[in-house]
Design a protein. Structure first.
Length: 202
């Protein structure tokens, strides 16, 4: 398969590149720094600075994971604009480009986050649960998903994935927590009831 990934240099994107390269797929990563793509994602991955570089490539799938980190600094007005632009504006650009292709990919898998649901307290929340309380993160996720779903009008199947915090030894959120725990300053991350309720679903 020929797969285009946005956000391919992030934690999830890099892992997907490793997996799919091992399976023999042909990968492209849309990046602001295409020269860094090979070192981060794999020598066989082609980095592209502009989507138009792929106008003649028949893609099978597009994976949309791009977005500035959301939990590493305060949500100032400038930061909120960057968070929206890096997700919604970029997705708008992606869908607009897909509309120009004579042969469309079969599927667009587009990232979102569990922030879509808001704070549900002790409730069990599922994919069909309504937004619990409107705030910046729920609006951000909702607008991001809406931008991606516009690709359905092009005959492309759209799949939305709502991820939570990614915990890995390769960086990200966990790498910022570990120094605190090593100094004895860490604490439990919740009551544990959320896990019990999750397990009760299965």
């Amino acid at each position: 398969m020929r797969i285009l990934i946005t956000g391919g240099t992030g934690l999830i994107g890099r892992s997907l590149c490793q997996l799919w390269l091992a399976q023999g797929h042909e990968l492209y990563v849309w990046s602001r720094n295409p020269k860094k793509v090979k070192s981060l994602c794999g020598e066989a991955v082609r980095g592209v600075a502009a989507l138009q570089e792929l106008n003649q490539v028949k893609l099978d799938a597009v994976i949309n994971l791009a977005g500035a980190p959301i939990a590493d600094r305060p949500w100032t007005q400038a930061r909120r604009k960057l968070l929206r632009d890096s997700r919604i504006t970029l997705t708008d650009q992606l869908v607009q480009w897909l509309s120009s292709l004579p042969a469309k990919p079969e599927v667009l898998i587009s990232g979102s986050a569990v922030g879509w649901y808001g704070d549900g307290g002790e409730q069990v929340l599922t994919e069909s649960s309504p937004v619990q309380a409107p705030n910046f993160s729920t609006q951000l996720c909702g607008d991001w998903e809406k931008a991606a779903l516009a690709a359905e009008n092009l005959g492309i199947r759209v799949v939305l994935i709502r991820t939570g915090l990614v915990l890995t030894g390769k960086g990200g959120f966990l790498s910022r927590l570990m120094p605190l725990y090593k100094l004895g300053l860490g604490g439990k991350q919740g009551s544990g009831q959320q896990l019990c309720q999750y397990l009760a679903l299965y």
